[in-house]
Design a protein. Structure first.
Length: 435
């Protein structure tokens, strides 16, 4: 976790003190269940809670013990025994380290997902607000980076809204998939612990029992979780790249908010750079970088190995913290985005009417010209305009072959900008409903 790109709410989920608190709760809830089953004394389970419920675990002490034991869970249990006393011998009965580690990780991932879902809601709210603000603001649509036909800026934002709505649905599903608990003991057979303990702990921790574990919770669940984060990051970058293009000096249809006193360059005082969007591109790359190790972690030897462990110690905090920061930054970028309708109109007019070429071609086919002939007639008048040698509308009016099919009034009719925007309401209803 890099402090520069870290928000405290998400970081706190991954702090050692939080992790040890979750470990304690798993162990204490398991002790409660074991006590109810008569496996350990009820007083022992009560003592565990009474002595350690409000304890602040000594992270340095746990680290000290681990340097000797070379085992993190044993180090924690040793420190817990220092706090609880003799009754600590009843803790961890029939359990294995993975029961604690995997269940804890899934608690952390579900909490992280809850924050990310809240972040997505902020992005969606900002997109919806700005989409309706610019619902009918015309701008040029581009294919291959080249002017194509008119759209509206509101449609661009609605497209992003639909995309992040899908992202939210995927994250809800990924959260559900990873929200499982395993308290099944060595190699997952429940030989030393009753399955009812797992059921109790799962309910207490807001999880569901893993239907079948080995000594670990299956990592395909985590692969789906981190893959979902990667897809969300790609959506963040897609929108960021759109803004970066629109802010280019030659385009300047929109730009990031530039605050009083902000500096764009150490060398050139005039600069206003899309630094937030560029930052989002970089952050998105880092989130996606953890997808591959998550997929590779699915492949473990037999009932358990720890080849996944080192990767997860990094990817769990880093991927969630980075995406959390990126989503909050994106929401702010959208909310404060400066939009320039006049420049959008200027760019629409830049090609001298060529953006209406398809309408003219279709009008010719409606009047009897073959599609092939209509294409040739329109293209031969369009190419001079590309070279700056005339106005598309006037060239069409002077073309005798075009005039065999269309009158001047009929040609002019094909240059109506509003024609391209007639279904904007329909698209908005599909995206936003009847709101």
């Amino acid at each position: 976790m890099i402090p520069r790109y870290t928000r405290p709410e998400m970081a706190s989920i991954w702090e050692p003190q939080t992790r040890f608190k979750i470990w304690f709760e798993i162990e204490a809830h398991a002790a409660d269940a074991l006590a109810e089953l008569g496996t350990i004394p009820k007083q022992a389970a009560k003592t565990v809670w009474d002595k350690a419920r409000n304890a602040t675990f000594d992270v340095a002490r746990i680290d000290e013990i681990e340097r000797e034991t070379k085992h993190d869970v044993i180090a924690f249990l040793t420190h817990l025994a220092e706090i609880v006393g003799p009754e600590a011998r009843f803790v961890h009965q029939g359990m294995t380290s993975s029961d604690v580690l995997d269940t804890c990780l899934n608690v952390q991932l579900t909490r992280a997902a809850d924050l990310l879902l809240a972040d997505l809601d902020k992005v969606l709210a900002a997109l919806k607000k700005r989409a309706f603000e610019h619902k009918m603001t015309p701008t040029i649509g581009r294919s291959h980076g080249i002017h194509a036909e008119p759209v509206t800026f509101g449609l661009k934002l609605a497209y992003a809204y639909a995309e992040f709505s899908r992202a939210k649905e995927r994250l809800i599903a990924a959260r559900k998939e990873v929200a499982t608990c395993a308290i099944s003991g060595a190699v997952g057979t429940f030989a030393q612990i009753d399955p009812r303990v797992e059921e109790h702990v799962a309910k207490a921790m807001g999880l569901v029992p893993e239907p079948i574990s080995t000594q670990v919770i299956p990592r395909d669940r985590h692969a789906m979780y981190f893959s979902t984060l990667g897809v969300i990051a790609s959506s963040v970058e897609r929108f960021a790249v759109e803004i970066r293009h629109m802010q280019r000096t030659e385009v300047l249809e929109a730009e990031e908010f530039f605050s009083e006193g902000q500096k764009g360059s150490s060398a050139m005082p005039h600069k206003r750079n899309p630094v937030l969007s560029e930052n989002l591109t970089g952050l998105s790359r880092m989130v996606r970088a953890y997808v591959t190790p998550a997929l590779e972690n699915v492949v473990l030897w037999h009932e358990r190995d720890i080849s996944h462990s080192s990767a997860e110690r990094m990817m769990g905090p880093d991927a969630t913290v980075t995406l959390d920061f990126a989503l909050v930054r994106l929401a702010g970028l959208i909310d404060k985005l400066l939009v320039y309708p006049a420049n959008m109109q200027k760019n629409l007019d830049r090609l001298g009417g060529l953006i209406h070429s398809q309408r003219v071609m279709l009008a010719l086919t409606q009047k009897g010209a073959s599609r092939e002939d209509a294409y040739k007639l329109v293209q031969r008048n369009a190419m001079p305009v590309w070279r700056g040698e005339g106005d598309f509308l006037q060239l069409l009016k002077k073309d005798t072959e075009v005039k065999k099919y269309l009158t001047d009034a009929e040609i002019e009719e094909q240059f109506d900008l509003g024609y391209h925007l007639k279904h904007v309401d329909t698209i908005f209803k599909r995206v936003f409903g009847e709101s």
